[in-house]
Design a protein around this ligand. Structure first.
Ligand SMILES: Cc1cc2nc3c(=O)[nH]c(=O)nc-3n(C[C@H](O)[C@H](O)[C@H](O)COP(=O)(O)OP(=O)(O)OC[C@H]3O[C@@H](n4cnc5c(N)ncnc54)[C@H](O)[C@@H]3O)c2cc1C
Length: 401
């Protein structure tokens, strides 16, 4: 699949921070992780720390799937609002999903400290009503989040204008949120895991996978194999090549980033993450090197050719969206990119075992919270592999559909 096109900012900023070898001899391991993006990197980090021998293998250069295209907002707020998610999966699972995402942000903070990674910053998150008609929904959403223990504040039009200097009829300000760079973070995680005994191979596409009774054998087109007791699919959207069940709908999404601002002040109060209730939603964040990053304007199709032809037009639309919101903040776009994006019916990821493929687990953080979902996946799957009970398994299991 062509997962991204254009000029993903992080790839330009960081280039190739490390190189990894190709898989050139057959090997054996306890656990093989297929995919070395942010999901595979977190998975390997957790297993390495748990003392499980693992090998990561990726078809691409590390991070060049969806991970380098990620705008890397860390939010506890799932694409499906809590007030709607409760009707789809029940209140307990809905609230627990939100809580697990919030916990994941704290977990990521702790990991970044441990591995001495610097591009994590905690920031609040502002979810505003894109139109007056969304105010009643936003009030309901605020109430359920407040009642279920999330640190939120409801802001009316006047307070939004006074505090953030833009016009919106209402908003929810959440304490919990952060921003990161998923591409450099994935690389930093791999470096940590490699130092602690994990092997990471890239540019090594796996063409055949045999799920046997007691092991799984992965094979490259040159006949080189990885013989593993267990396999974890951290293949991102390309998982559709491996499972029959329809679990995800693929879309196209767009992002553009401004030139650097030479004067560092917050662009808006506290540089909070900003997103809205529109469908598709518009979102924005700032970066450590003083840029503004805007994303959205999604299209309901996966067709890389059609998607890529729209890059310039989508950039202009995103800039226009920004100018309407913040007419006083200059935004000169420098890099624009597009990527494939996947949505599940309830907005939750698929994590855990899949009956048709024995000795395997899936770490599929689909949706706008792909990164926090990958932390949840790494925690659950590590527990399953190390024989610990994990009470959240059912929430994200394939059996729920
Ligand atoms: C424009 C955009 C903005 C986004 N913004 C956010 C955001 O703000 N916050 C957020 O949390 N998420 C965001 N996401 C989603 C997030 O980026 C993804 O959820 C995340 O990057 C997925 O990581 P991954 O490791 O699962 O997949 P990938 O990064 O795609 O990695 C999977 C890897 O598996 C490898 N693979 C697949 N099949 C094989 C095979 N047969 N053999 C060998 N290797 C194989 C691929 O080569 C690939 O590198 C965004 C996504 C996009 C496109």
């Amino acid at each position: 699949m062509k997962l991204n096109s254009g000029l993903p900012f992080w790839l330009i900023k960081d280039g190739l921070p490390y190189t990894y070898p190709k898989l050139e001899t057959s090997i054996q391991t306890e656990v093989a992780i297929l995919g070395g993006g942010i999901s595979g990197a977190l998975m390997a980090y957790y297993l390495t720390d748990a003392g499980v021998k693992c090998v990561v293998v990726d078809a691409r250069t590390i991070g060049l799937g969806s991970t380098c295209a990620s705008t890397s907002l860390l939010q506890y707020e799932i694409d499906t609002p809590l007030s709607k998610l409760k009707d789809l999966v029940g209140l307990d699972h809905a609230v627990r999903s939100y809580q697990l995402c919030a916990d994941s942000i704290n977990t990521i903070r702790a990991i970044t400290k441990k591995i001495n990674y610097k591009e994590f910053k905690a920031v609040k998150s502002l979810y505003y009503a894109a139109a007056k008609k969304d105010v009643s929904f936003l009030k309901k959403e605020y109430q359920i989040r407040k009642d279920t223990g999330f640190a939120v504040r409801y802001l009316d039009e006047k307070e939004i204008k006074e505090t953030f200097d833009f016009a919106a009829p209402a908003a929810i300000l959440s304490e919990c949120g952060a921003k990161i760079n998923a591409y450099s973070f994935a690389n930093a995680l791999h470096q940590y895991s490699i130092k602690n005994g994990t092997e990471v191979y890239d540019r090594s596409p796996i063409k055949n996978i045999k799920h046997n009774k007691n092991n799984v054998v992965l094979e490259t087109e040159n006949g080189i194999t990885i013989d593993a007791k267990k396999l974890i699919y951290a293949t991102g959207y390309e998982v559709i090549n491996f499972i029959k069940k329809k679990i995800v709908t693929l879309h196209s999404t767009y992002a553009t980033i401004s030139e650097q601002s030479s004067i560092k002040t917050d662009f808006w109060k506290d540089d909070v993450l900003i997103w809205n209730t529109a469908k598709p939603y518009l979102y924005m964040r700032t970066t450590a090197d003083n840029r503004i990053l805007i994303g959205g304007r999604d299209e309901d199709f996966y067709n890389p050719e059609k998607r890529d032809k729209m890059i310039d037009r989508k950039r202009n639309l995103l800039v226009k969206d920004f100018n309407i919101l913040f007419p006083k903040i200059p935004f000169i776009p420098e890099f624009t990119w597009t990527g494939t994006f996947g949505e599940t019916e309830d907005g939750l990821p698929f994590i855990g075992t899949y009956n048709d493929l024995p000795n395997s687990y899936f770490a599929l953080g689909f949706g706008g919270n792909g990164i926090t979902f990958s932390v949840i996946a790494a925690e659950i799957i590590t527990d399953l592999i190390t024989g610990k009970e994990n009470k959240d398994v059912a929430i994200f299991s394939f059996d729920r559909i």
